[in-house]
Design a protein around this ligand. Structure first.
Ligand SMILES: NC(=O)c1ccc[n+]([C@@H]2O[C@H](COP(=O)([O-])OP(=O)(O)OC[C@H]3O[C@@H](n4cnc5c(N)ncnc54)[C@H](O)[C@@H]3O)[C@@H](O)[C@H]2O)c1
Length: 495
């Protein structure tokens, strides 16, 4: 299977738009195709809408964003892309026809994934050419923030196709969940439907309003689900003996049972109750407004879960590890040929949320950007997570920033690093931020790092192999002129 540089979208509605935003953000080009020309403006709007939340998701250095293009010629799209995601309406015959048509134009090593919420991959691949590359890749709305994607193979799907699709989804920050057997509704929608069915019954029977039923989730189980899911949480509910006790205690109720197995008839009065209930909950807020609120808390929750390395937080952590490693790899590639000058280690764009009330990049972001630049230097000499696991790291003990010009939102910048000094225990580094357009200096930073044993909490000598690599940099940079701002301090006279 090929490396995915360009993603093709077949159908550019809610799901196509969300996927486009996610892929573009992580550096993948997207060719979107839809039978309706009006969808071009729609998908561009959807990508813009998602940009704010996506930008806040991670501060890790990102690659250059992908480019988005649009066509109504589905077969032209199929000929130019490395991976196709089908997101057209949920109708089996329509999907079968379009997938078969597209499969005749996409080379056989181009994977084709369907976003179908409930159809079976064996049915979808029936008339396709090279059907072994078809799988279900079922994402969740908003695709740009929710990592889950269910992977389901049909009778003719190859294992290699599922593995390769998983790798691609992981690359764009998703969590591929492999479904062992194709069943209508896969896993998640079956669970969601069971809950929703009971909601419809209870609203229909006048037991509760939609708002009360939502309260029953958001103040309780909903908070637990995000990190542990239903089963692990029930294991905890059983006390010391866990799930075994839980099943003994609540097993009998499962026989009654509390719940209905079939959804109620969708009568006009039930529909009215559902609509009126949710309108009351929205309390005058538009769908857009509610989407923004949802996006903000989805970002915040994932950042909190990242601290605990659990659930979607682990996915975010893994994505960031990959982004930092890629940025360091790109930096090391550039570094190899750049020993005659300060090393250009980081390329960035000023993200809109980095800008303060003056319209310029705010103070703390300079420290962050310089920190990321030094991080790239560290990785190029092997100071990474595995080095830190050996019980050693570098701690910052002093830093100084000077400002030369303003950096505005979306401005493209780069950072260079110059190693000023290395000895037994210390590394002294000078960083410089420049505008990409004209190389004009924007700011400089200077940091002193101490090598420490993290367990002992004490300064420790730099091991010889690492010292040799740091010395390579130091010796290469020793001949460079000392930057004007180096070895300075804040220039006020003492009272
Ligand atoms: N909306 C969700 O929450 C959600 C979640 C997961 C999966 N899905 C699945 O994703 C798929 C798409 O759902 P959606 O909500 O994005 O639908 P949507 O109605 O928002 O978008 C469908 C798009 O497909 C286009 N289209 C129709 N026929 C086409 C054709 N022959 N060729 C190319 N484009 C065509 C339409 O113009 C439209 O832009 C469905 O299979 C759905 O089950 C939806």
């Amino acid at each position: 299977m090929r490396q995915v540089r360009t993603l093709g979208l077949l159908g550019t509605g809610v799901i196509g738009g969300g996927l486009a935003a996610r892929a573009l953000h992580f550096g993948i080009d997207v060719i979107a195709s839809d039978v309706r020309p009006a969808m071009e403006a729609w998908i561009r709007g959807a990508v813009d809408n998602a940009a704010g939340a996506l930008a806040r998701l991670t501060m890790a250095p990102l690659p250059k964003p992908g480019r988005l293009s649009f066509t109504t010629d589905l077969t032209a799209m199929a000929r130019q892309v490395d991976f196709i995601q089908e997101n057209i309406p949920e109708q089996l015959e329509l999907k079968q026809r379009v997938l078969a048509q597209v499969s005749r134009h996409a080379p056989p090593d181009v994977l084709i994934a369907s976003s179908t919420s409930g159809l079976m991959p064996t049915d979808l691949q029936r008339d396709m050419q090279a059907p072994e590359r078809l799988l279900v890749g079922h994402p969740f709305n908003p695709v740009y923030l929710l990592p889950l994607v269910e992977l389901v193979g049909g009778q003719r799907t190859s294992h290699a196709a599922i593995d390769a699709a998983g790798e691609f989804y992981r690359y764009i920050g998703m969590h591929p969940l492999r479904v062992r057997r194709e069943v209508p509704g896969h896993l998640t929608d079956r669970l969601q439907e069971a809950l929703w069915r009971e909601i419809l019954h209870m609203v229909n029977d006048g037991i509760a309003t939609t708002g009360e039923l939502d309260e029953s989730i958001i103040y309780g189980p909903g908070l637990r689900w995000a990190a542990m899911g239903t089963n692990l949480i029930y294991h905890l509910a059983g006390g010391e003996t866990g799930m075994r006790h839980m099943l003994r205690q609540f097993g009998p109720c499962l026989k009654w049972p509390w719940t209905h197995l079939e959804a109620p008839e969708l009568t006009e009065s039930l529909i009215d109750r559902m609509v009126e209930g949710t309108q009351a909950q929205a309390a005058g807020r538009s769908i857009r407004e509610l989407e923004r609120l949802r996006d903000d808390y989805l970002v915040a929750i994932q950042q909190v879960l990242r601290q605990y390395d659990i659930g979607a937080g682990s996915t975010l952590r893994a994505l960031e590890t990959r982004l930092y490693a890629d940025s360091a790899k790109a930096a090391s590639a550039g570094l190899a040929g750049e020993r005659n000058g300060p090393a250009r280690v980081l390329e960035i764009e000023v993200r809109p949320e980095w800008v303060d009330y003056n319209g310029h990049m705010t103070d703390s972001r300079y420290q962050q950007v310089f920190g990321d630049a030094v991080d790239a230097l560290w990785r190029s000499v092997g100071i990474d997570e595995s080095y830190r696991r050996t019980g050693y790291s570098f701690y910052t003990v002093e830093s100084h920033v000077t400002h030369r010009a303003e950096a505005r939102a979306m401005e493209a910048l780069y950072v260079t690093v110059q190693v000023l000094h290395v000895d037994d225990k210390r590394v002294h580094v000078f960083t410089s931020l420049h505008r990409r357009a004209d190389d004009a200096p924007v700011a400089t930073g200077e940091q002193l790092y101490l090598h420490v044993s993290t367990q002992a909490g004490r300064v420790a000598p730099i091991p010889p192999a690492l010292r040799a690599k740091l010395d390579d940099w130091f010796h290469a940079h020793q001949a460079l002129p000392l930057p004007r701002e180096a070895r300075r301090h804040v220039g006020m006279t003492r009272a």
